[in-house]
Design a protein around this ligand. Sequence first.
Ligand SMILES: [Mn+2]
Length: 333
Amino acid sequence: MSFLTGKNPTLQQASQLIRSSCYPVLLCHVDPDGDAIGSLTGLGRALHHLGRQPVLACADPVPSDLGFVPGSELIVQRVDGPCDLVISLDCSEWSRVGHFPHLSPAGDIPLINIDHHVTNLGFGTVNLVDALASSTAEIVFRLLEAMTIPLDKDLAMCLLTGIVTDTRGFRTSNVTIETMEVALRLMRAGASLRVITQQALDRRSVSAMRLWGAALATAQIDERVIWAVIPLDLSRATGNAGLASFLISAEGTDAAAVFVERERGRVEVGLRAAPGFDVAQVALRFGGGGHAMAAGCALQGSLEEVQEQVLAVLQANLARQRLTYAGRDSQPQ
Ligand SMILES: [Mn+2]
């Protein structure tokens, strides 16, 4: 059960900061996903209901498959105007917002950090962080509930997009009865589960499919870890959303990794774990972060070097996790 219920003092502090602000700026992370865009637009719409004109910003453009989210067309990539409150959404650390140095928590402007990553660094003036929540959108829902801001159809659509995409359609292990109750209330307010599922989960570009095909041909399995690589010439062409989540569906695997080569010797690593295993600690070790079952990091080096380095740590870490579980009553499942 989420701790964000009833008269939680952190919710009250966040609510007071919001009510006393005149020029709120809302930020989500670079390379935004459905939870980032849904939380950003949902909270933005709620602040409109309070009579504010919040600025919604993201360092990267909204991906085309999230263009259906109401209010996503209002998201800007630069912030120039006045600001007396910053709210970061779905960011485990400040650097995840990308490039907004003048809004940094090191400055004078108060910051509300709303997030559900277990690796969140608590960089805000107020930290509304619940690692048990299914999504940042679910935490935004709790906040709006505490502030008694009414839902409308568009607001409900934004928040349900965050929940549905981050749980891949209510399939992750952090989906609780409370999550389903929130989803139910959002649907009652008019959100269409059908539209969200179809637009954000069940459609992908043909170029992404071709990339998957090429990447899947590189897949290897060793010691219950499956991994695939995407070299620079392919990664330039299209995003790879969802590939790591697909790989972890392979039988006989406890973890999956996708190595994506980027410009200037940078390699991004997407990690997924089977239920009962945790890849966040491995991501954290390499300066990244995330959730137990879905995490990521980025390293400098060649594809081969990074693969070798990360796979060695991942396999050793998983071996330790299996030993720990063997000492408990139940095995991971
Ligand atoms: Mn999220």
